[in-house]
Design a binder for this molecule. Structure first.
Ligand SMILES: [Mg+2]
Length: 303
């Protein structure tokens, strides 16, 4: 509805803001970097999401984070002031379980990931091993075939704070069998974080396993095809759906690929400097509209 890409919503007239609010029925929002950072809500985000709900918008929380089950996500959202139910959460841990169950997978999963995926797998009756520390022993290169579980039929890579060399070895050994499936939750480079500390994201682990296994993972999260098909199967009308995110190469890319409207907020990963670079170099799709943070939308709403 706005003539140029990356329209700063703060420069819109009251009528344009009203027209924008009227232009979608469904809101898909990313979580980390849009609604909260770690355990702190970003100022105004909860009020804005709850306001959109009050307007009758259908809400889905779409996150690449694989460390929690959906009910934990809903509980976290509620604790931070967001109205949310489990059915509105679409996380990559859930997508992994949904995908494997959907293809009739009955073997065991070697999980380079956390309990979030483990619990979602358990909920659909899929067994898994690998969660938790697997420390390096002095003779770590002399791993024996007996240390591998012959029932493993898939390697799943998500976020794993206990990532270790033996885990990479095991993942690569399982993947040396062509029949072994290779699934990853997402390829995000880093977590949103302010200041000079960089927290490597799941993409770091996925690339490491891809390198040592000499294979490519099927990636389920944003912006890849599986989450897209899943969202499309929810019966959304793409032209009347708004995707909100803090990353151009996942959230906005997904929105553009699906034909949704897109709103980028600069409270997470993509900074305004990076947005300028993306605009100049056309490195990733550009959002339709941009705001410093989601909470700024409320102050623009015509009274
Ligand atoms: Mg994010």
């Amino acid at each position: 509805m706005f003539k140029s890409a990356v329209f700063n919503l703060q420069e819109a007239t009251k009528d344009q803001v009203q027209e924008f609010l009227n232009s979608f029925d469904t809101v898909l929002t990313d979580c980390d970097g849009v609604l909260w950072i770690e355990n702190n809500a970003i100022q105004g985000s909860a009020d804005t999401m709850n306001y959109l709900r009050k307007l009758g918008k259908k809400i889905f929380y779409v996150t690449n984070n694989s460390t929690k089950i959906r009910s934990d996500f809903a509980a976290k959202a509620q604790q931070l002031g967001f109205i949310a139910s489990q059915d509105e959460i679409l996380s990559t841990a859930y997508l992994v379980a949904h995908y494997l169950k959907g293809i009739g997978f009955t073997k065991k999963v070697y999980l380079l990931g956390s309990n979030g995926i483990g619990e979602e797998l358990k909920a659909v009756g899929i067994r898994h091993i690998g969660v938790g520390p697997d420390p390096v022993k002095p003779d770590f290169k002399n791993m024996q075939p007996s240390e591998l579980d012959p029932e493993v039929g898939a390697v799943v890579v998500g976020f794993d704070e206990h990532v270790s060399y033996p885990k990479f070895m095991k993942a690569a050994c399982y993947l040396s069998s062509e029949e072994c499936l290779f699934v990853a939750t997402n390829t995000d480079e880093r977590f949103p974080k302010s200041g000079s500390i960089v927290v490597p994201g799941t993409g770091t682990l996925v690339r490491a396993v891809e390198t040592c296994s000499e294979r490519k993972a099927l990636v389920l999260g944003k912006p890849h095809a599986y989450v897209r098909k899943f969202l499309e199967s929810c019966g959304l009308n793409p032209a009347r759906t708004l995707m909100i995110g803090d990353r151009c190469n996942t959230d906005i890319e997904l929105g553009v690929r699906c034909g949704f409207q897109t709103l980028l907020v600069l409270s997470g990963v993509t900074s305004s400097k990076e947005l300028d670079a993306i605009r100049n170099e056309k490195k990733a799709p550009l959002p339709d509209v941009v705001l410093p943070k989601l909470g700024d939308l409320l102050s623009l709403v015509p009274s």
